[in-house]
Design a protein around this ligand. Sequence first.
Ligand code: FAD
Length: 522
Amino acid sequence: RNIVVAAFVGCILVFLSQTCYGSATTDRIYLKSLPLQGMLSFDNTTAAAKDWGQLRSLKPAAVVYPTAVEDIATILQAVARSESELTVAARGLGHSINGQAQAHNGIVIEMTAMKGIRVMPLGDLGSLHVPYVEAMGGDLWIDVLKASLEFGLAPRSWTDYLYLTIGGTLSNAGVSGQAFRHGPEVSNVLQLEVVTGRGELVVCSPISHSDLFFAILGGLGQFGIITKARIVLEKAPQRVRWMRAIYTDFATFRRDQELLIRSSSGSPPFDYVEGFVVVNDANPINGWGSVPFAPGDISEAMIPPQAGNIMYCLEVTKAYSAADLHNLDQVVENMLSRLGFHRGLLFKTDTSYLKFLNRLHDVEMQLSAKGLWDQIPHPWLNLFVPAASINCFDRLVLKQLKTWDFSGPILVYPLNKSKWDRRLSAAVPEGPEEVFYIVAFLRNKLPDTLGGPPLSVMLEENENILRICEPLHCKQYMPHNLDRQQWRHHFGSKWDLFVHNKQLFDPCGILSPGQNIFSRRQ
Ligand code: FAD
């Protein structure tokens, strides 16, 4: 009899709230009734509407700080079953550019509320004794690195910046100068624990629930929330020799970069290969002033007379331990002797592996103190450019940059497509070519007091680049502002599977609405 009465009262409450208060209130009542171990807040929603880009800010109705995986499952089950229009976004640190981790009037789950890192230095039977680290979706890569280094181990593939979450980067790809060799971060995952859009907790790997495993990696948060990931570890180098060398000619720069990432040449000469555009002025952000490790080590007199408006800088590292020191100089010299950079424009420094991987942290501290880090908008544009188009891209885009008031670094470096499993959701340029480039325009919108173009101009310039890119078969990395047709085009031959996976794992379309790919279905 009690159950009947409770059900009756419940129905009345829902009826009253729907008729008298509207659906937002109904959602609130519904959410408050959920048995969560963590916290649910309807008040502090501003932070969840902010991201690195600061181009979009959409407040959620509620923010959840989970303390257990069950909290995430409870939320997703409840939202999937409800007749409301609620959506759910997992949020790492909101380092997205365009609201990808936001959920307008929906629920944001703050993944950093749940942490826990476990290093398995000898692996286990499941990993075939390959060492791995298991981290929560909201753990940061910097913490994963520090925990692994305690065992003399480290993940193999990285991003340039380590204050990013495991779940956030694995939802994109995670690319840096090691990716040519080890693939992106998504290619270095042994197992995932995921709560799907249906609210089901699933452990998946390349051999168990492999459809979910590959869907999630690079899946832009569309199919489930990553609660744990197992990541391959290798023996960590102790130190690295870190080198930068300037080129005036794109063809030589490109030839050398591709030579250094060629997989057929056995063990690659360098462990890390990146590069960036150098504007031919002293600017410490993207001019030649940004190249040396000690700022005074370069002057205008050292710039070759044939240099145009734009130069290029190769950036490489050679890892070593104490035992390699006796012939390190010779080994590095042999490698460099094959390359065509300007001999007077080579800069070197030696540092610990941790300091090298965490190199952006010092920059973050300096810029943050000046109010120029997460305090300003970042209209970034990241592209994958097929190798066949990169000369054209250089001519039509990079060489025109001098005419812009450009603020921020521009990275250009090649990747090997064979290191990206075809089954990953992550979209890379299609076609038979092995090499494609990442070109990252990491632009900062400076405060008006410091000059620089208005945000609207910067966004228009990004659109211009995208227009130029269309016939060059480029793809956006961490894409945004796409309509349905453009998403179809973006995923290309992977689109049908992407849609199929959505129906399978998140049939109500509740997850990661900020990506703007699918809409909520009741
Ligand atoms: P968020 O921005 O919070 O989330 C990103 C997306 O993933 C959202 O759609 C969100 O809903 C979803 N998501 C978040 N957590 C989960 C989860 N646990 N499960 C499922 N979905 C989830 N990227 C590179 O590849 N290489 C780089 O070198 C690099 N350098 C960077 C440097 C800086 C300074 C910054 C700000 C970003 C850089 N990035 C780089 C981009 C970075 O990979 C993305 O911003 C990425 O989204 C990670 O940020 P986040 O952890 O804050 O995720």
